[in-house]
Write a protein that binds this ligand. Structure first.
Ligand code: AMP
Length: 285
């Protein structure tokens, strides 16, 4: 596996590869890789001639300096995992490598999918995500790029972005969960074993709402009540719990009778902020 310490070196490698007509699958990450990331990587490996991964903790998408500073980083371990997953190249770089314009950098408009929920709780977050992803696409020029449904709203923002840029095909991948149901996340590393156990009630709330759906409930408020009831426990601070139309984000929070629903939730456990979501209708992850 090739390892590069700058996106410029990675760009040269990608250009050489694409000149020989090979398809390139790309997985952007912030590192501290877990089974969720590796699922995306294995899929990129299986569906393309070569697959590559970026590891970059993007300062533009963090509003909170402390969260950025505390974000887990272990590149060597990440590189070993990627090599075993069949990845052909991994690269990283400094903020100056990615954004040489410094303060003159123009941020990408993240579009209408950035409205509400994460976009509201984390002002500027999706502009930061869209800006770095656009740049990553410019460096890598992938045929297909892989993103997790774990960050459901981000996936919508990226799909819009790729369409606007005439960019790669965006492949959405199902959420990987720990045995307790807790969605795998790099931030879980910052939880103690006891906290991880308590955090599992976020997923329990989502599963309870889906069971409610499966038993015929279609009223948004009652589905949300079930979600909130099961997801609440003393240790967790619920930030939002909302139902949205997965096919029409701009409809906003769903109320009344719904024909399909994505349940989305954010909660904090001490200083660690966790998000999760689940499609209530159908058999999606
Ligand atoms: P991150 O390193 O958190 O920026 O995540 C990189 C990519 O991995 C994003 O597309 C995430 O949505 C995806 N991802 C993170 N956690 C999971 C998970 N538990 N299951 C599936 N995909 C995930």
């Amino acid at each position: 596996m090739n390892r590069f310490d700058s996106p410029q070196a990675a760009r040269e490698w990608c250009r050489r590869g694409s000149r020989s007509g090979r398809s390139l699958g790309f997985v952007p990450t912030m590192g501290a890789l877990h089974a969720g990331h590796l699922g995306l990587v294995r899929r990129a490996v299986a569906e393309n001639d070569v697959a590559c991964v970026s590891v970059f903790v993007n300062p533009l998408q963090f509003g909170d300096r402390e969260d950025f500073d505390n974000y887990p980083r272990h590149f060597e371990r990440d590189a070993e995992l990627l090599e075993s997953a069949g990845c052909a190249m991994v690269f990283r770089g400094t903020p100056a490598d990615f954004f040489p314009e410094g303060d003159d950098l123009l941020r990408e408009d993240p579009g209408p999918a950035a409205c509400g929920l994460e976009g509201e709780q984390r002002p500027g977050h999706f502009a930061g995500v869209a800006t770095v992803v656009k740049r990553l696409f410019e460096f890598v020029q992938p045929s297909q790029a892989y993103f997790g449904e774990k960050d459901f709203q981000q996936l919508l923002v990226i799909r819009d972005l790729a369409e606007r840029l005439n960019g790669p095909v965006i492949v959405g991948c199902p959420i990987h969960r720990e045995a307790s149901g807790l969605a795998s996340s790099s931030r879980n590393e910052r939880l103690t074993a006891a906290e991880r156990e308590r955090a599992a009630c976020i997923a329990e709330g989502l599963f309870a709402a889906r069971e409610c759906w499966q038993s015929g409930e279609r009223n948004a408020q009652r589905l949300l009540m079930e979600l909130r009831k099961r997801a609440s426990n003393g240790a967790l601070e619920l930030e939002y719990a909302e139902l949205r139309d997965p096919l029409n984000w701009s409809r906003g929070p769903l109320t009344g009778t719904v024909e399909r629903a994505q349940a989305l939730i954010a909660a904090s456990l001490g200083k660690v902020r966790l998000i999760d979501n689940l499609r209530l209708d159908g058999t999606h992850s």
